[in-house]
Design a protein around this ligand. Structure first.
Ligand SMILES: [Fe+2]
Length: 995
């Protein structure tokens, strides 16, 4: 073995052991109802809990209820908590060996763990008693003992009878007493080391009980302040429903512990289990490897980041311990650890190998823009700082996407300086509408449309103060400016603003989206522009290829901030959506190719045109021809790179390391603590794209590459994960333009489009970021009777698609249930034999770990309600998203496989084949380790499915990975019309013996 490899092996072993330990200590859901709201006489509320899995994980290791006594644990022992004041965020801890007026004794030490969320409050007067004359506290140079009032406190204590307990006589001289001046403000990590201080006892007074002269009335105890930033909407929601906030799983993700026998990830109102959620509250896991502190900010669903950070931190800790001495300064340490590129590569390769091993579950993440506390921004404008952007005019060649070079300089550069891209360019609060509650006092009220760290392309920015970035902009109806901020993302300080940059025509019609109309021979074209109905007439000019052009008018929709249901869509995430136009191209000839372009006739008579596009009209329902359909869910916006950033001040850029098809870049950040984060980027590396959609770019690329062999696309929910940051919808429609402008791009509604509490969504979570469906229902056309109820049917040749809306109730007796039954029942299977059911959430079967934890292996109430319809109407295939992986189920009815064949189904299926195709791009979801009898093929990877109908009797199903477009799973169905008509279980038509 080469010597260079041994550290790598060691790191991996350590990490593996660490992982094993983590797995073995995964807290399960607490038993229902075991999270109590009292312990003895003390009320226990979030963030505290009464046991494992209760309260916030940061507190659970310090606080628990033991035999009706609430206990506080720290490195020096276990102490009882005598009271909690939730208004001042403080607790009073009693040390049984601490002295009081009535009882004095030799005490032990007291310390607070450095990583604990507690600190000593300023209310405490810590008094050291019985100290030797050589105690360092009496060192004249240190001046550690308070005089004046301190002397009075000492005299008061020494007047107590109890002083005999430490070997002193009552009213002894107070020269061995010290009112210790140091503890306040020291925060966590504070230690009162009595042996070192050469004192026999200590006491803590947190109040004089209204009588400073009577020490018997003084309040003895240690008052500790705790961090109050843990409260969250999710927890409030849970508590309001009667539940207790807790946590579960490897990532200690939020769990609502219900008393009624059911725990959930949302609340206890019976709305039930939701796979995803928007998690404003941050779960903080703090580690302390190698003496440095690591803060791992993790959003609940962003499960990969913390374990990754932990893994990397442990790796660095190990390396530190191998090569370093604690007494060395960080500069020396840095030099030693990362003295050579070879070692650095090995370290990160080690980390990557472990990451590959971990395969941490990860279903949803936060919207990166939500990490910026823009409403807290302050002005720190500096005349010596500048930001310059060029070119200032974009799109002169008609392009709607351009690269801009941004140069900047700061006299006080820092590693967490960042550049925000704002559009419109005037982003001060003066542009906020009056009803925006964030107008005052914030100086800024709009999130940037993207951002990047100042040292991203300029690793020496910290020392030189100069940097540059190349950023890609798309035409989004407004001009742009670039702003340099210091203070990181959480305390942004505006240092400098650039010149303005604008496309030649910001209002230009852009990003056409085709969709099936309500009739088979109708194609709709939806696009976005900056032209309202008072400025221009929108229309589509179109023609059969080589034929005479004709024009169809377009309708225009828009909406304002008041249409949004909550923040951030209604506040910092709001951005004017412009105008969304839809034109209906009717009476198309089946399969004919048409060209089209978008037009606006200005009232001064001039025309504004888009480039020319083309599409192929849909086949006549029942038409026997080759028909190819692509289906996937949960794609989101593109990202290209995974960026690992470390807080090491030396400028080190590691050559790209290709692992599993992804480019990993390592750039640098500052000193002291290690900070590892994983970000994923769009083409320009900027951060505004969702940090978990690493497969999105690959999926988009594969769809474009195979577009000639694709007739229609279904994106079944969780479209772009804008989560209330409206600028992201433009960027998503730009991303899919090559696809959506060429073939019908049909969408379904997912939780990230629709869910918002109190707005009629079936699930009461906040996944839409306040959009409550408005963006999806306006930006895309679907042939629904009412787009606010997002269920519809559409025919494509030999296919009938019934698209359900899982964000609205589907159960028997509902409006949607009636629709589903009508859609399934009304198709003539001789003409359209291929009956496909689509929905966002898994209503059928999934081995996704979260559904497995629930024991339902699907959305609760999904199968129970709908399986009799699927069976009765002989649905061939039901396809879902929401769970970010691929899984194929046998033809199944009531959990039983109705056919043992796996790849070639001949004759009757006797059951519906269920498929999860949620690997469009959002970070992958783990499978349960349970072997589910009905599961035929599972793939933890990104991909999509393709259905090819060759004729009325032959259908090919393929699953393709996004990384290479190759087929990894497939099956065929061959059958005749009589096989569809045949009698099967629960779908046998009535017959009579009469003739
Ligand atoms: Fe979803």
């Amino acid at each position: 073995m080469s010597p260079a490899l041994s550290p790598l092996l060691f790191i991996n072993i350590v990490l593996f052991l660490f992982f094993l330990h983590t797995v073995s200590s995964v807290p399960a859901y607490p038993v229902n109802g075991t999270c109590r709201d009292t312990c003895g006489t003390i009320s226990v509320k979030f963030p505290f809990g009464t046991g494992s899995g209760c309260g916030h994980p940061d507190f659970a290791r310090y606080i628990k209820c033991n035999s009706e006594s609430l206990e506080f644990s720290t490195g020096t022992g276990i102490y009882s908590i005598s009271s909690i004041d939730y208004t001042s965020n403080s607790i009073i801890v009693t040390d049984p060996f601490m002295s009081t007026c009535s009882s004095m004794q030799n005490s032990g030490s007291f310390s607070l763990d450095r990583a604990s969320p507690f600190s000593i409050t300023e209310d405490n007067i810590i008094v050291l008693l019985g100290c030797s004359g050589t105690s360092p506290v009496f060192d004249a140079d240190e001046d550690l003992c308070a005089t004046g009032s301190g002397s009075r406190v000492c005299r008061g204590l020494y007047s107590c009878k109890g002083v005999s307990g430490i070997g002193l006589q009552q009213n002894a001289p107070a020269s061995s007493c010290c009112v210790y001046d140091s503890p306040t403000g020291l925060g966590s990590g504070y230690a009162l080391d009595l042996p070192k201080l050469q004192c026999s006892s200590y006491t803590s007074i947190y109040g004089f009980g209204g009588n400073e002269g009577d020490p018997m009335k003084w309040k003895f105890g240690i008052s500790l302040q705790y961090n109050d930033s843990y409260t969250s909407d999710a927890c409030n929601d849970c508590e309001n429903s009667g539940g207790s906030c807790g946590f579960t799983g490897l990532d200690e993700s939020f769990a609502c512990i219900c008393r009624n026998g059911r725990n959930s990830t949302t609340n206890c109102f019976g709305i039930g289990y939701a796979l995803s959620g928007t998690w404003g509250p941050k779960v903080q896991i703090k580690l302390n490897p190698a003496g440095n502190s690591l803060k791992c900010n993790s959003i609940k669903k962003d499960r990969i980041r913390c374990p990754v950070a932990v893994a990397v931190a442990v790796a660095v800790a190990v390396i530190s311990s191998l090569v370093d001495d604690d007494t060395l300064y960080l500069k020396q340490r840095r030099y030693k650890i990362f003295g050579g590129m070879r070692e650095l590569r090995l370290i990160f390769l080690g980390v990557l190998l472990v990451l590959a091993t971990l395969q941490v579950a990860s279903s949803h993440g936060d919207q990166p823009l939500s990490r910026i506390a823009i409403q807290k921004a302050t002005f720190a404008l500096n005349d010596l700082a500048y930001v310059k952007a060029s070119p200032s005019i974009l799109g002169s060649s008609g392009r709607n996407s351009e690269w801009v070079t941004v140069e900047f300089s700061s006299p006080t550069p820092s590693v967490d300086d960042w550049i925000g891209v704002f559009s419109p360019s005037n982003f001060s609060a003066s542009t906020c509408s009056a009803d925006n509650p964030r107008v005052y006092p914030p100086l800024l009220c709009s999130a940037p449309i993207k951002f990047q760290y100042a040292n991203y392309s300029s690793p020496r920015y910290k020392s030189t103060g100069k940097g540059w970035l190349k950023l890609q902009l798309i035409n989004q109806r407004s001009d742009f400016s670039f702003a340099l901020f210091s203070g990181g993302l959480l305390n942004p300080k505006l240092v400098a603003v650039s010149n303005k940059v604008a496309f030649t025509n910001p209002n230009a019609p852009v990003y056409p989206r085709l969709a099936q109309g309500k009739l088979w021979n109708e194609m709709t074209v939806t696009w976005t522009s900056g032209y309202g109905i008072n400025e221009a007439e929108p229309f589509v000019e179109w023609a059969p290829k080589g034929g005479d052009p004709m024009r169809s008018p377009a309708g225009t929709l828009t909406f304002d901030r008041s249409s949004m249901c909550g923040a951030p869509a209604r506040t910092v995430g709001w951005r004017d959506p412009g105008y969304i136009h839809t034109s209906f191209l009717k009476e198309l000839w089946p399969n004919a190719v048409y060209t089209y372009k978008l037009g606006h006739k200005l009232f001064n008579g001039t025309y504004i045109w888009s480039p020319e596009y083309n599409f192929r009209a849909s086949p006549y329902p029942g038409q026997n021809s080759l028909q190819r359909v692509v289906i996937f869910g949960d794609m989101g916006k593109v990202c290209q790179n995974i960026l690992i950033r470390s807080n090491l001040s030396t400028a080190l850029i590691v050559e790209d390391i290709i692992v599993s098809g992804y480019v990993l870049c390592v750039s640098t950040l500052p000193y002291v603590s290690l900070f590892i984060d994983i970000l994923q980027d769009e083409a320009d590396g900027s951060n505004e794209y969702n940090n978990f959609q690493r497969g999105s770019l690959n999926t988009t690329k594969q769809l474009i590459q195979d577009l000639k062999n694709t007739d229609i696309v279904f994106h079944i929910g969780d479209i772009c994960y804008a989560n209330g940051y409206l600028s992201q919808w433009d960027q998503f429609t730009a991303q899919i333009e090559p696809i959506a402008s060429t073939v019908p791009y049909m969408i379904a509604s997912g939780n990230h489009e629709r869910d918002w509490p109190g707005t009629g969504s079936f699930y009461g979570n906040m996944d839409s970021g306040g959009e409550c469906g408005v963006l999806a229902e306006t930006m895309f056309y679907v042939p629904a009777e009412n787009r606010a109820k997002f269920w519809y049917s559409t025919d494509y040749g030999m296919f009938r698609f019934c698209i359900a809306d899982t964000e609205h109730d589907w159960r028997e007796g509902t409006e949607q249930y009636k629709f589903i039954e009508h859609c399934l029942a009304s198709v003539d299977r001789q003409k359209q034999p291929w009956l496909i059911f689509l929905a966002h959430r898994v209503l059928g079967y999934s081995s996704g770990i979260s559904y497995a934890v629930e024991g339902s292996f699907a959305e609760p109430m999904g199968r129970e309600s709908l399986q009799k319809l699927w069976q009765k109407y002989k649905v061939d295939i039901a396809i879902y998203g929401h769970v970010h992986n691929y899984e194929r189920i046998c033809p199944v009815y009531q959990h039983i496989c109705t056919n043992e064949e796996k790849h070639y189904y001949k004759g009757t299926l006797n059951g519906t084949i269920h498929v999860v195709a949620g690997g469009g791009g959002a970070s992958l979801s783990e499978f349960t380790t349970l072997q589910t009898a009905w599961s035929l093929y599972k793939d933890y990877d990104y991909g999509f499915v393709k259905l090819t109908a060759f004729d009325h009797s032959n259908l090919l199903f393929e699953y393709k990975k996004s990384r290479d477009g190759k087929v990894y799973d497939s099956f065929r169905i061959s059958r005749d019309y009589r096989d569809i008509l045949a009698c099967t279980v629960d779908s046998c038509p009535s017959t009579t013996l009469a003739s």
